[in-house]
Design a binder for this molecule. Structure first.
Ligand SMILES: [Zn+2]
Length: 139
């Protein structure tokens, strides 16, 4: 009776079993990282600002976002009570149909107007803020 001396096929398979090394898993992980910051939204079509808002983006939702943000501009810290208007609610990825609270943030008019320029930078900037706020809010 003789045992096979080596079984290279098995050890080879073991090595390939490490999920981190499988290309499809590595790709998924890098996609998750990209999602948090820096990825251009696929629906963003280069600054068209006259798209209709999704119908769920209404007064109630905006109020909910302002409340979550303590009625405070999340950029400069101005409180709504010190302003003569209600804080605008900004769509972080510029997609007016993406009304997920994590995509919405309260800004004063002055800070909101800045988001018309350097859009890519603001997407990244506010995504990080919004994640922090939302995590705090959910507790
Ligand atoms: Zn502000």
């Amino acid at each position: 009776m003789s045992w096979p001396k080596e079984r290279p096929d098995v050890s080879e398979r073991m090595r390939n079993n490490n999920p981190m090394k499988r290309p499809e898993v590595a790709e998924k992980l890098s996609n998750i990282n990209k999602k948090i910051c820096g990825e251009k939204h696929p629906n963003w079509r280069g600054g068209i600002s006259f798209e209709p808002y999704g119908k769920e983006f209404n007064k109630a939702l905006k109020e909910q976002i302002r409340k979550r943000d303590d009625y405070q501009c999340q950029e400069c810290g101005y409180f709504q009570k010190d302003l003569i208007y209600k804080l605008p609610v900004h769509h972080i990825d510029y997609d007016k149909k993406n009304n997920d609270p994590i995509n919405l943030i309260s800004l004063c008019k002055s800070c909101h107007s800045k988001t018309n320029y350097d859009r890519d930078d603001w997407v990244c900037h506010y995504q990080q803020k919004s994640h922090a706020v939302t995590i705090q809010y959910i507790g």
